[in-house]
Design a protein around this ligand. Structure first.
Ligand SMILES: Nc1ncnc2c1ncn2[C@@H]1O[C@H](COP(=O)(O)OP(=O)(O)OP(=O)(O)O)[C@@H](O)[C@H]1O
Ligand SMILES: [Mg+2]
Length: 321
């Protein structure tokens, strides 16, 4: 197990001009991800210490996107492992291609009939790399280029069972997986690992201890407006700012499903399509379904008053900039 950052990793970050959190924030901005100083700091430490980064936060705050942005910055492959209940080693790490193995066996039977090959010899051939199906974790451990360490995104790890979580912890601690028929597979290049969780359950303490932890807050209106402008360049600055303020207010009033950044982007896109540059009460009511999803939440907004939400400038303007 490696406990200190490798010289290789420092060299890599140095070569990319990422000497510290600000450098990383600039690099992320270059690929379209606007990180808060706290997120840039957490991600920088995880990269340079070669530690997995565990991201928690409300839906749509940019957890998954951060992994993609890091891969883009590093010029690395992103390997995504989407977790779900019941996920196991054969879906996450490796499997055997049974179908091809059986075909191979049939062919061998035909060819070797009378040639006297030992059963063991034939069997050993079946459990070789040729028939190994690499799943996300194994793929990420098999990266060979130190200059482009694979980025393994373990998305929504809280959906997996605890047994799988324990297995994952083992992998993240040793950078090794053992395939019984083949032997241990040790990573030559430590991958960059980003785990995300929506907190549908508490993660095991041992896993959180292994990771650097980052709670991702929604961006403040200024940053969100900037994100909207990047994603929807046709939206005017004024519209982007107005939408960011309204969405910040909607997040503040305690909806069951507060809108994420994707909703703000969708809203901007929709309004641009409709040729609308300002949200008034009528526009809000007509297009609210893009950001407020669900009847209870729509009723809550109606009871607070659309006008009041539009007018509010919210207390959180300077938050998380
Ligand atoms: N900091 C950011 N800079 C630029 N775009 C962002 C940023 N954060 C989020 N986005 C945009 O918001 C969208 C939603 O983000 P993402 O899917 O990463 O959220 P999430 O936190 O993973 O949500 P969930 O918990 O629902 O999976 C992304 O597709 C991206 O376009
Ligand atoms: Mg996500």
């Amino acid at each position: 197990m490696r406990s200190v950052s490798s010289a290789e990793r420092s060299r890599l970050l140095g070569a990319l001009g990422i000497e510290g959190p600000e450098g990383l924030a600039r690099a992320l901005e270059g690929v379209g991800y606007l990180a808060s100083p706290r997120v840039a700091l957490g991600a920088f430490l995880a990269l340079s210490l070669e530690r997995p980064l565990l991201l928690e936060g409300a839906p749509g705050v940019g957890k998954t996107e951060l992994a993609y942005a890091l891969a883009a910055v590093l010029g690395s492959e992103l390997v995504r492992l989407q977790c779900y209940e019941g996920i196991d080693v054969h879906q996450a790490v490796y499997d055997w291609d049974w179908g091809r193995q059986i075909l191979h066996l049939r062919t061998l039977e035909a060819l070797a009939r009378g040639a006297g090959r030992a059963v063991e010899e034939v069997e050993a051939e079946l459990f070789s790399d040729r028939f190994l199906v690499e799943r996300a974790v194994l793929r990420a451990l098999r990266g060979r280029e130190a200059a482009h360490p694979p980025v393994l995104l373990v998305d929504e790890v809280d959906r997996a069972d605890e047994a799988f979580e324990a297995y994952l912890l083992e992998v993240l601690s040793t950078w090794t997986v053992t395939i019984p028929e083949v032997g241990p597979q040790v990573a030559a290049v430590v991958p960059v690992v980003v785990l995300t969780s929506n907190r549908t359950r508490e993660l095991h303490e041992a896993l959180t201890r292994r990771c650097l932890y980052l709670w991702v807050d929604p961006p403040g209106p200024a940053r969100e407006a900037e994100i909207v402008r990047r994603r929807v360049p046709e939206a005017s600055e004024r519209l982007a700012r107005q939408l960011a303020h309204i969405v910040a207010e909607l997040r503040r009033v305690g909806l069951f499903k507060p809108p994420g950044i994707s909703e703000t982007i969708d809203w901007a896109e929709a309004l641009v399509r409709l040729g609308i540059d300002e949200v008034d009460e009528a526009v809000f009511v007509d297009t609210m379904g893009i950001v407020v999803k669900g009847r209870d939440d729509a009723e809550r907004v109606a009871s607070l008053g659309v006008g009041a939400i539009l007018e509010s400038r919210g207390p959180g303007d300077a938050r998380n900039r």
